[in-house]
Structures are given as structure tokens and as C-alpha cells.
Design a protein around this ligand. Structure first.
Ligand code: GDP
Ligand code: IMO
Ligand code: MG
Length: 421
């Protein structure tokens, strides 16, 4: 039995979706345990190109069962669209995809409030995806949430009516337009009927799987430094992103987690507000253009920066990473010289990530190491030894700093553009 958590070691978008799709054919279950459809995971394989927000990225492996744990928050319309998209692409999921009835629903008022809070905060805004994530998790922990279980009884109507009364007061106070109970009730009843065939308690399925030595792949959403507790608070997301969240979010006791794969981009990106110590801000620079990316969920332009080893090292320790998957090494090709952050200084003194808060992290001075680049296109390379010597050196430098091996190297967005060491 293996229970492998795949986690991003930076600020999200490290390439988790690609890695999960690559590894899925070796496992029995692939599961999401945190976040919601703020996640955007890109998968490129023999079926096409997909941006997935809720269904686990391993669903393309036809013998694998996909699970959405109770720790995930769900916008039903997004999930329905996604299931339809998969069906159209010939990925049958019936009978091998299950949603925990414990998962909370993103309601229209969560999305409205997400937007209103961001507007009200002005320059202090987090730059959320506006998918209602903060408000739905706030409702979950303040006993105001609505779960799939509520539909099975008349609790749904009671709870919804009460929430709409409450939320309308806040929405109006913040200058928004009130919302109507009946409309939302009917729409969500329709969603429930469509998704009901997939909703089932996961407890015995997960427990039986653990007992019978099945293999699990746990797909984190967001990255380590968007974690509510350990990220750059308040510029974080509203769920725990480190592997311990998989325990609560799926009902897998921590002792069963055997491996943690830290997915690390060969440089750094971030979407939304908050510190990005190695950020390249000169939009005219060639590197800025080369590292440039568009966010999979919101279509925003991702901020970019050099690789930050202090961040990667902290993620490895925090999440108990056992091996790294380095993605996007191909993007670094054709640069004469690369810069890598090997530490921070504040007021002349060495500091670590955990010594400072988000505002302190914005002020740290970066200790850079210059590293020689390589000219060659490496996107077709299949083995580590065939990589240019300087690219090999870059990989070795990362594993030395992190203290764990780099077991996979991404050299392109497609599933097969992966070197296994
Ligand atoms: P996720 O949220 O962690 O799943 O990552 P995203 O899908 O949001 O962003 C990662 C982006 O990098 C996507 O556009 C992927 O297709 C792409 N990608 C992943 N791995 C590689 C790689 O090794 N090389 C290149 N060039 N692109 C990659
Ligand atoms: P994946 O799974 C990158 C960021 C948002 C914002 C902050 C809070 O694709 O790696 P939220 O909507 O969650 O309340 O926004 O978190 N964020 C992500 N950034 N990748 C993600 O997911 C993200 N999910 C949320 O940009 O800064
Ligand atoms: Mg993403």
C-alpha cells in the first residue's frame, strides 16, 4: 500500500495536475482533499488539453477511482460542466467517481461576498480568484455552511432560508444587490439531482482501500505558501494545503501517508497579491517574457521570479517531502545565466522564511547565487544523462539544498515530457 500526497512547494501552479496525471495509472484511487474550484490544474495527454478545477487530475487513467473528499468545497455548476467536458472527451467516470456528502457547497452569496470583500479592502485586497472560497470556508467553520447531506432532509430549505436572510443583510450593507431564496433553492435542488448519483460517504471505501493495500494518490490544490497557517498570511487561501489536510479532508489517518512528492517549478510564480521575494518586475526584460504564464482558473497573468531555494527548503521540512518533481526545466533553456535565491537578509542579518511575516518577507534582501545556464532545447530529452551538464547541475543544486532527491523532471507540458531518474 502507498499513500502518496502530491503537493506544490511554492505558491501554486507548480504543475501538480500534470504530475498527478502522469502517476495515476499506478494507483487505485486519486483524490482531492482541500480547496475548491479556485484550483486550475492543466493536463495534456492523449485525450487532449484540459483545465481541471474539481475532478482529480488522475481521472484519465481508466482503472483509477476519483474521489472528492469532504475537505473540498464545490461550486456545483463548475463540477457539472467538468463532468460533461470529460464525458464529451470520452472519459467515462460513472461508477468510478465519488463525492463526499460532507463537502460544502459554494453558494451564489459566497461568490458575491468574495467580490464585495475584495472591493472593500481596496489596495489591501488578497487578489482572490473570486470563486467564493474565503466566504464558504468561513461559513464552514462558523457553522453556517450547507453540505450535500442537507439535501437528504428538509434541512436544506431551512438552512438556506436562514443563510439568505443573514447574507442579504451583509450584501446590502456592503452595497451589493440582495439575492432571492426561491431562485437559489430551485437551482441548487437541480444541481443536487444531477450530482446525486456521484455522492456517497467515502469512509468505508477509504478504510477498505487502506486495509486491502490499495494505492492512493492525494492531489493537493494550491501550494504550500498559500496555506492558511504557514503561507504568507493574509495573502493565502482559505484551506490547509499541507499534507496533514489530507487526513481531515479524506479520512486517511496521518500514519498511512507513505510519500510526499513536492512539485517544484524551476522558477517561481504567484497569482494575486502578497510577497514574492525573487519577483522579476521589469516587464520588458527577456526573462519576464520567458517565464510568463496565464492562470488556469482566472486567466490572469502570473507574476514571475527566480527559483527561491529558501521557499523550497521550508516546504520540504513543513510537509515532510520525500522526493521532488522539478517542472518546467525546459523553460529555462537559452538563458546565459540564471539566478537562484539561496537565503534572505533583513537589516544585515540572515533570516529564514519563518522568521518574518508576509510584510517582512516583502522587505527581505535576497542573497542570489549566479548559476550558468544552457542554450540547448531540452524538450525532447528522455534521460537525465542527456541533459546539458549545466541543466544537470541545476537539478543537483536543488536536491542538495532540499536534502531530498529530484525523482522526476518536467521538460514540457505534455504527460510524456517527463524524465524519470
Ligand atoms: P497546477 O495548478 O499545479 O496543476 O499547475 P497549472 O496547470 O496551473 O500550471 C502549470 C503550467 O505549466 C500549465 O500550463 C502546465 O501545462 C505547464 N507545465 C507543467 N509542467 C511543465 C513542464 O515540465 N514544462 C512546461 N513547459 N510546462 C509545464
Ligand atoms: P492551483 O491548485 C495559484 C491564490 C489566489 C489568491 C489567493 C486567495 O491551480 O495551484 P482564493 O480564491 O483561494 O481565496 O484566493 O490564493 N490561489 C492560487 N494561486 N494557484 C492556485 O491553485 C490558487 N488558488 C488560489 O490567486 O492570491
Ligand atoms: Mg493551477
Amino acid at each position: 500500500m502507498t499513500v502518496t500526497a502530491v503537493i506544490g512547494s511554492q505558491w501554486g501552479d507548480e504543475g501538480k495536475g500534470k504530475v498527478v496525471d502522469y502517476l495515476a495509472k499506478h494507483v487505485d484511487y486519486v483524490a482531492r482533499f482541500n480547496g475548491g474550484n479556485n484550483a486550475g490544474h492543466t493536463v495534456i495527454n492523449e485525450f487532449g488539453t484540459f483545465k481541471i478545477h474539481l475532478v482529480p487530475s488522475g481521472i484519465f487513467a481508466k482503472n483509477t477511482v476519483g474521489l472528492i473528499g469532504g475537505g473540498v468545497v464545490i461550486d456545483p455548476q463548475v463540477l457539472i460542466d467538468e463532468i460533461e467536458m470529460l464525458n464529451k472527451a470520452g472519459i467515462g467516470i460513472d461508477g468510478r467517481f465519488w463525492i463526499s456528502p460532507r463537502s460544502h457547497l459554494i453558494m451564489p452569496y459566497h461568490k458575491i461576498l468574495d467580490g464585495l470583500y475584495e472591493e472593500a479592502k481596496g489596495a489591501g485586497a488578497t487578489g482572490t480568484t473570486r470563486r467564493g472560497i474565503g466566504p464558504v470556508f468561513a461559513d464552514k467553520v462558523s457553522y453556517n455552511g450547507i453540505r450535500w447531506t442537507d439535501f437528504a432532509s428538509d434541512m436544506f430549505e431551512q438552512r438556506l432560508q436562514m443563510q439568505i436572510e443573514l447574507k442579504n443583510k451583509i450584501i446590502i450593507a456592503l452595497g451589493g444587490e440582495s439575492i432571492k431564496y426561491e431562485e437559489i433553492r430551485d437551482t441548487y435542488r437541480g444541481y443536487y439531482l444531477k450530482l446525486k448519483p456521484y455522492i456517497k460517504e467515502l469512509f468505508s471505501l477509504v478504510q477498505d482501500g487502506l486495509k486491502t493495500n490499495k494505492n492512493f494518490l492525494l492531489e493537493q490544490a494550491m501550494g504550500t505558501f498559500l496555506d492558511t497557517d504557514w503561507g504568507t498570511y493574509p495573502f493565502v487561501t482559505a484551506s490547509t494545503t499541507i499534507p496533514s489536510a489530507a487526513s481531515a479532508g479524506l479520512g486517511i489517518p496521518p500514519k498511512y501517508i507513505t510519500n510526499v512528492i513536492g512539485v517544484t517549478k524551476a522558477y517561481t510564480t504567484r497569482v494575486g497579491a502578497g510577497p514574492l521575494p525573487t519577483e522579476i518586475t521589469d516587464a520588458r526584460s527577456a526573462v519576464y517574457e520567458q517565464f510568463g504564464e496565464v492562470a488556469a482558473t482566472t486567466g490572469r497573468i502570473r507574476r514571475v521570479g527566480w527559483l527561491d531555494l529558501e521557499i523550497v527548503k521550508t516546504a520540504v521540512l513543513l510537509s515532510g517531502v520525500t522526493e521532488l518533481c522539478l517542472t518546467k526545466l525546459d523553460v529555462l533553456s537559452d538563458l546565459e545565466q540564471l539566478q537562484v535565491c539561496v537565503g534572505y537578509k533583513l537589516d544585515g542579518k540572515d533570516v529564514t522564511y519563518t522568521d518574518v511575516d508576509a510584510y517582512g518577507l516583502d522587505k527581505v534582501e535576497i542573497v542570489y547565487k549566479n548559476v550558468p545556464g544552457w542554450k540547448e532545447d531540452i524538450s525532447k530529452v528522455k534521460s537525465f544523462n542527456d541533459l546539458p551538464v549545466n541543466a544537470q547541475g541545476y537539478v543537483k543544486m536543488i536536491e542538495e539544498a532540499a536534502g531530498v532527491p529530484v525523482k522526476w523532471i518536467g521538460v514540457g507540458p505534455e504527460r510524456d515530457a517527463t524524465i524519470r531518474r
